[in-house]
Design a protein around this ligand. Structure first.
Ligand SMILES: Nc1nc2c(ncn2[C@@H]2O[C@H](COP(=O)(O)OP(=O)(O)OP(=O)(O)O)[C@@H](O)[C@H]2O)c(=O)[nH]1
Ligand SMILES: [Mg+2]
Length: 313
């Protein structure tokens, strides 16, 4: 595969975009120069994360947001991360339906991306894919992830703005705090507001946010929606647009951008150093010591010392 040219990405060739994303998905070796070239073109898009518990209606909501975005004369790229996880059995089909719906539309690009259980790499992949879609000229890039673990929450670090989707069944405040969903949200959506308990959830969220939002931070707004009947969606879209403007004005977007930049460098260094360190030989040494452990009872610290010493030789 030829990574030397930006032209096919910049010309918004969806088949090519999909091929490059597959390479990233499959951990193919891609030269750094490829990503370096993207950098100058990748800063125009608004990157949105849509996250929340399994089955909360993230895909349905994203679908409605796509409609809003294209009616607003803008283009959008959507990546649904890890639809093969055991939690998300239903979404792959849903994603296929959506894909077919927009297959001839140059303004809408949708695809799924499996994490292959490699959650550590997810934030990096989301950044890289975001760069590709931004370079293709998409005005908005959406990442749909299931918010059930650290890897998924890391995706929040790859975006400008995170929408956390909850439903009346999502549980009480304590559970939400524990799940780490409160602190990553810039906007809350209480979806399935056609169901009982939606107002109560919105109220209790509001009171936690009121007491937990730090000074100099914006208190995340809450929107009630019923995504499957397109209720509350245009209000959400308007709110999203307003919030984006406010965040730009207050310098919060550039703050997020610098945080992303820093995180990205930290993550890349970590990945590379670890990748270099764990040669087959060291992995074999580790395995050997694991098998020895029960016999010689060698301390893990001793194993570490030996492995690190061998790194310095
Ligand atoms: N009653 C009700 N059902 C909804 C609403 N929005 C979505 N649903 C339904 O909820 C189910 C799950 O919707 P999805 O959009 O697939 O949810 P998801 O969060 O993307 O699910 P995963 O990706 O599998 O975690 C589907 O059957 C939807 O039709 C809503 O506002 N009200
Ligand atoms: Mg989904």
């Amino acid at each position: 595969m030829d990574f030397d040219t930006l032209d096919r990405i910049r010309s918004n060739d969806h088949r090519y975009l999909s091929r490059v994303i597959s390479q990233i998905e499959n951990n193919a070796e891609i030269p750094d120069t490829f990503f370096q070239q993207l950098h100058d073109h990748a800063n125009q898009a608004l990157r949105l994360g849509v996250t929340g518990p399994p089955g909360a209606g993230k895909s349905t909501l994203t679908d409605q947001l796509i409609q809003q975005i294209i009616s607003d004369g803008k283009s959008v790229g959507v990546v649904a991360v890890d639809p093969t996880s055991p939690f998300t059995g239903g979404s792959l089909l849903g994603d296929r339906v959506r894909m077919n719906h927009y297959i001839w539309d140059d303004n809408v690009f949708i695809r799924s991306m499996a994490s292959h259980g490699d959650l550590g790499g997810l934030a990096r992949k989301a950044q890289d894919v975001g760069d590709i879609l931004a370079t293709s000229g998409k005005d908005v890039v959406i990442f749909e992830t299931v918010g059930v673990g650290q890897g998924e929450l890391d995706v929040a670090k790859a975006v400008d703005l995170t929408i956390v989707v909850l439903v009346p069944e999502s549980g009480d405040e304590v559970q939400l705090m524990k799940a780490g969903l409160i602190e990553i949200a810039d906007i809350f959506v209480v979806n399935k507001s056609d169901r009982q308990g939606a107002d109560r959830l919105a109220q209790s969220l509001k009171s936690i946010l009121h007491s937990t939002t730090k000074k100099d931070h914006l208190e995340p707004p809450i929107y009630n929606t019923s995504a499957d009947r397109n209720e509350g969606i245009s209000e959400l879209y308007k709110g999203l647009t307003n919030l984006t403007e406010v965040m730009i004005e207050k310098g919060l977007m550039s703050q997020k951008y610098s945080d992303r930049h820093r995180n990205r460098v930290l993550n890349l260094i970590q990945d590379r150093l670890l990748g270099k360190f764990w040669s087959q030989e060291r992995l074999d040494q580790l395995e050997a010591s694991v098998h020895n452990l029960s016999m010689t009872n060698e301390s893990p610290y001793k194993v570490v010392k030996r492995l690190l010493d061998s790194a310095n030789e």
